[in-house]
Write a protein that binds this ligand. Structure first.
Ligand code: HEM
Length: 456
């Protein structure tokens, strides 16, 4: 509840090894071999139910659905994340990255200081992109001055979910918290539902898209959305309206937070490591002659940019959580150790990605470790890194469906940012910037940076 569980788990693993009992029936496991045994081996271990915040409208999103419901939803939603769809979505992702740069330029022209809070603008960009994809229209956080506080509200959701998860061990306190919070926020939630549901209804009402131009995540679902009371509800390839509403909202909340935190953290790490920043800027400015050349496609093959994103995700995963699963009654062998039935097991993303057992110099920021060994900038001392430990998007049938979307967004955003501006941390005051608490996701923290427009 104090937002420091990741640190406590880290200490426990350092003291007791790769398997630590953290509750009477729960084990935290930190070994690369456990990824396959926990998350991909059949029969699939189910997500531990109390780790999931129940959907407010009673219908499951892809995050909370289990068993055949999960399979059905994953099947129907996957089309929106295919390679082909991602190629169609590229202009939209590029549009919001360009809008971000334009907004920063406008802010710098209007302000009497070159210092801006980058986290705020990353937040608008992430939210505009994911709302456009999820609802067919964005919240216009970047283009207008019509500031909104959706991001703050979404981060509150993370805090509520963390506290709820802790209280579920002291049942019925979790039910009491649900009742209190739900009744306090009833009016606000009803407004949010009405706001977002009307956007989905509008998108569905447009019908199929013969031009193939609409690249949002709703259009591929047209014809597959069934009425909530329909007998077709369980048919493979279908999704109910309530499930779609529930999933879209959960996805917007989770993804705008994760993307904002990941990009802000990566920028901080770069700015506090001048040599690394210099290497990245050199790669970008030696590759691109004009901002227009910076696209989703062209940023895919930039080794140093890719390595920077991997290393920042390794060192500081945006959600330093454990991914808990329940062992079936017959038990399961996990990385050579028999685990009795009904035990909760999980890998903590932060712990495994920063363990000295698997990483050379684990708490330092060295993107070079993720370069291919053939790259002149690769450093052979990282040969000892156990890269199999690195699964920032998890693995198996419940891995992150949006990982490639995030990476496309992250690559183009950072490439445009560091191509267009010379950025630095003003003064020494942000040395402790990484001192943050995590409630599912790291708490949002302003990142004040100093901008100079780079004239080509
Ligand atoms: C920094 C960016 C992101 C990170 C680090 C991340 C990480 C993860 C992880 C670790 C999981 C597995 C959770 C579990 O097993 O309990 C997951 C699941 C998921 N992610 Fe992401 N994610 C990111 C961005 C996105 C984006 C952009 C989308 C979609 C727009 C997305 C959609 C999902 C969905 C729907 C699931 C549930 C999949 C299922 O259960 O089948 N994520 N993500």
């Amino acid at each position: 509840m104090r937002g420091t569980l990741w640190r406590r788990l880290d200490m426990l693993h350092q003291k007791h090894g790769t398997i630590v009992r953290i509750a009477p029936n729960e084990l935290s496991i930190s070994s690369p071999g456990a990824w396959a045994d926990i998350y991909t081996s059949r029969p699939l271990l189910i997500k531990e139910p109390s780790s999931q915040t129940p959907p407010l409208n009673g219908a499951h999103s892809l995050f909370t659905a289990v068993g055949e419901h999960h399979q059905r939803l994953r099947g129907v939603l996957a089309q929106g994340f295919s390679d082909k769809t991602l190629r169609q979505q590229a202009p939209l992702i590029e549009h919001y990255a360009t809008e971000l740069i334009a907004r920063l330029r406008r802010e710098l022209e209007d302000a009497d200081t070159p210092v801006l809070d980058l986290q705020r603008f990353f937040g608008y960009a992430a939210l505009d992109t994911i709302t456009h994809l999820s609802y067919g229209e964005s919240l216009d956080g970047l283009s207008s001055r019509n500031e909104h506080d959706w991001m703050t509200r979404f981060f509150m959701h993370g805090r509520f979910s963390t506290i709820r998860m802790c209280l579920c061990w002291l049942s019925p306190l979790d039910t009491i918290l649900d009742t209190v919070v739900l009744s306090m926020t009833r009016k606000q939630r009803a407004q949010n539902w009405a706001f977002f549901s009307s956007k989905i209804e509008r998108q569905l009402a447009k019908g199929e898209d013969p031009t193939g131009q609409r690249c949002d995540l709703i259009t591929p679902l047209i014809g597959k959305v069934v009425d909530d009371r329909s007998t077709e509800v369980r048919k493979p390839g279908s999704i109910t309206k309530k499930e779609l509403f529930s999933h879209s909202l959960a996805s917007v909340v989770a993804n705008s937070q994760l993307t904002t935190v990941a990009l802000t953290t990566c920028t901080y790490l770069l700015l506090s490591h001048p040599r690394t920043l210099q290497r990245l800027v050199a790669e970008l400015r030696n590759t691109f002659n004009s901002d227009k050349d910076i696209t989703v496609q062209s940023t895919q093959s930039m080794p140093y940019l890719g390595a920077v994103l991997d290393e920042s995700m390794r060192l500081r995963h945006p959600t330093p959580i454990t991914l808990p699963r329940v062992v079936p009654p017959q038990g399961r062998v996990v990385d050579g150790t028999f685990i009795p039935g009904n035990t909760i097991v999980g890998i903590n993303l932060h712990v495994i990605q920063t363990s000295p057992l698997y990483w050379v110099d684990p708490h330092s920021f060295y993107p070079e470790r993720f370069l291919p060994p053939t790259d002149a900038r690769y450093d052979a001392r990282f040969d000892k890194d156990v890269k199999r430990a690195f699964m920032p998007f998890s693995t198996g049938p419940r891995n992150c469906i949006g990982s490639r979307l995030y990476l496309a967004e992250a690559r183009i955003t950072l490439a445009k940012l560091f191509w267009n501006f010379d950025i630095s941390l003003p003064g020494q005051q942000q040395k402790d910037w990484l001192d943050q608490r995590a409630f599912l996701v790291w708490e949002p923290k302003s990142l004040h940076v100093s901008f100079v427009v780079h004239e080509k």
